[in-house]
Design a protein around this ligand. Sequence first.
Ligand code: PGA
Length: 242
Amino acid sequence: MDLQVVGDYREMSELGAKIVSETIQEKKNAVLGLATGSTPEGMYARLVEKYRRGDLDFKSVVTFNLDEYVGLAPDHPQSYHYYMKRNLFDHVNLDPVNISIPTSSSDETLEEACRQFDKKIEHAGGIDLQVLGIGVNGHIGFNEPAPYLKTATHLVELAEETIEANSRFFQSKEEVPRKAVTMGLGSMMAADKILLLANGKNKAPAVRDSFSGLVSTETPASLLQLHRKVTIVIDREAASLL
Ligand code: PGA
């Protein structure tokens, strides 16, 4: 595990963007696993800057997003489909056919859509670099703390802490969807490289519990300690309890 503690959010975003850029520069058809949330916003902004400067080409890059709320239409401002368009997809030359985001539909096609999503990752040759944030409860994607965790893409009930944490993006807590679809631990752990970003004091307990040398499904991010190529880029505040 390569742990990089940086000064602040800006430095975290810069180093995150550097690691993603290097992956694309080394392999122009790189397969990226992408995260949403406030953590990677700065990193996406820097990737867009690099693209605009001509330092980065997304033409052959393939992307798979980690998760999506169930029940929010793709054009809902808080959906992750919308987030990705706003933060990255609308600003770079990614080919829309190379973009995959888990379904937001709650109908009977959901299970099949999850299976197809996993198959698509497999057909793409697996993920070269998986970008992750971390929840205040140690979740990765929307894999919430539990006695067991699923390996495949699946439907989840969001944990109370997640609903609480994400309510800042909605008018009220009641508006936060209760369910989501998330990539399972299987595709993430099969990624060639993993990059986890975290910033802020509120992430310090989750960071401590995840990277202390113990592994538990009650802190899903702790399983990343078993991966061979994981880079953790966190700011001083998030590292304060290590
Ligand atoms: P955040 O979310 O980046 O908005 O803090 C991270 C997560 O819940 O995984």
